[in-house]
Design a protein around this ligand. Structure first.
Ligand SMILES: NC(=O)c1ccc[n+]([C@@H]2O[C@H](COP(=O)([O-])OP(=O)(O)OC[C@H]3O[C@@H](n4cnc5c(N)ncnc54)[C@H](OP(=O)(O)O)[C@@H]3O)[C@@H](O)[C@H]2O)c1
Length: 313
């Protein structure tokens, strides 16, 4: 049995601001309720969602909405982090999908709490077994971009399109690298827009055509697309309209369309990873103690794929 006095280390965001507001504290380790599992977290990610919350970095009216959702003057839930991979340490009395010692991964969305050595999560929330062939770092890097890419590409009904023609704008971030790979899984012909620095990565991901945005204007391309996904939110529908087929669809990660998080998406990513249809793209791995550096790097907006935070070494 666990004592309430047992502690754990967690990254705390006591107020909105730059990376330097973050600090590591000892907190009581949580005890699982009867339908919850206690997960010992080995790896998480610092993603664009985390830095957005930390800095309350949203535009206009959305800032007000975010304050209502997250906390008016400071984060109501001060432990950031929306992704975890780890080992089941303890299970509540009614849990029947997980056993102590199993390797799992999952997401907590706006509840956050993953930049911490332990977390309690209901077995019916977004948690599943991690891919058998993935390291904990690789598993942690799958959900953020992966779930977003699945959400938008399925919204575009990619599986129902015969020989889909897909353009991914911003193909080298967490969402972009996932979107290229998932579109390829659905047998799409993928045109990827990236910088000259991202060309090699985009090629390795299997993009069929690459447009280098610092050398070429992607809107001048003569191809027409069934789906255009702006995976970095740097373009807009008006700019992309001429590139769409008559029934083509444009999606952007920027705005009010927020991707859902589902266990089914994680199971799909697990299957893709285990079948070698998907690789984890990790730019840097930081230990928890260097969380401020990790946030600074993600703040640059230049990371390739994902930034992993190693929680328990
Ligand atoms: N709506 C939703 O549900 C949802 C879900 C997840 C994420 N998001 C949002 O999606 C956005 C992207 O997230 P992310 O985590 O994938 O970002 P990220 O990993 O930080 O994206 C950075 C990448 O974008 C490239 N990039 C930067 N400027 C670019 C430009 N002008 N054109 C093309 N590529 C550019 C960078 O490479 P170079 O600098 O070499 O070009 C870098 O590789 C964030 O704003 C995030 O908040 C939304």
């Amino acid at each position: 049995m666990y004592q309430q006095s047992v502690t754990m280390k967690a990254v705390i965001c006591p107020k909105y601001g730059p990376p330097e507001v973050l600090t590591i504290r000892e907190l009581p380790r949580p005890t699982p309720k009867k339908n919850e599992v206690l997960v010992k977290i080995l790896a998480s990610t610092v993603n664009t969602g985390d830095v957005r919350i930390r800095g309350l970095r949203v535009k206009g009216f959305m800032k007000f909405v975010m304050r209502i959702v997250l906390g008016f003057t400071k984060p109501r839930r001060p432990i950031l982090g929306t992704v975890f991979s780890g080992i089941v340490e303890q299970v509540g009395e009614t849990v029947n999908q997980f056993k102590v010692g199993q390797e799992v991964y999952g997401t907590t969305g706006f509840k956050q709490g993953c930049h911490s050595e332990y977390i309690c999560i209901s077995e019916n929330k977004v948690i599943t077994h991690k891919p058998k062939n993935a390291s904990f770092e690789e598993a942690a890097s799958l959900p953020f971009g992966g779930q977003t890419a699945i959400y938008f590409l399925r919204k575009g009904k990619i599986a129902e399109i015969d020989n889909p023609q897909v353009l991914i704008y911003g193909a080298t971030g967490s969402v972009g690298t996932a979107a290229v790979q998932i579109a390829k899984y659905y047998s799409a012909t993928v045109t990827a827009v990236c910088s000259s620095k991202g060309k090699e990565l985009t090629q390795a991901l299997g993009a069929d055509k690459i447009i280098i945005y610092d050398q070429e204007d992607f809107t001048k391309v003569s191809d027409k697309f069934d789906i255009i996904l702006d995976a970095v939110g740097k373009t807009n529908k008006k700019q992309c309209m001429p590139l769409l087929k008559s029934n083509g669809k444009f999606f952007s990660v920027e705005g009010t369309d927020i991707s859902s998080e589902r266990t089914e998406y994680l199971e799909f990513l697990c299957q893709l990873f285990e079948n070698k249809n998907y690789v984890a793209i990790i730019d840097k791995i930081y230990p928890m103690e260097e969380v401020i550096e990790a946030h600074r790097f993600v703040d640059t907006g230049r990371k390739k794929g994902n930034v992993v935070l190693k929680i328990i070494p």
